[in-house]
Ligand binder design. Structure first.
Ligand code: SF4
Length: 78
């Protein structure tokens, strides 16, 4: 597989070269969490579209609970 994973750091740090898992990347073929960047972006767009379709109070609840009060699916702040 030659497509870069969305979680791969460009510069490895002391905690490894993956932003999601602690440690070094074992290689895309060995990792069950591998997702190419284009798929991650596609999934994010789908997730944001679903969030934007929810009632306002539910969007605010999700924003405060999981997005530090932000609503990136609407490009604004609660
Ligand atoms: S393939 Fe797995 S370990 Fe490697 S960067 Fe992606 S998510 Fe992290």
């Amino acid at each position: 597989m030659n497509e870069k994973c969305f979680a791969k750091k460009t510069v490895p740090s002391r905690s490894g070269d993956c932003i999601c898992l602690d440690g070094n990347c074992p290689g895309y073929a060995q990792c069950p969490f591998y997702k190419p960047v284009w798929k991650f972006q596609h999934d994010t767009e789908k997730r944001y579209a679903r969030l934007a379709a929810l009632p306002e109070d539910m969007q605010k609840h999700i924003a405060y609970t999981y997005y530090r009060g932000l609503m990136p699916w609407r490009r604004d702040i609660v």
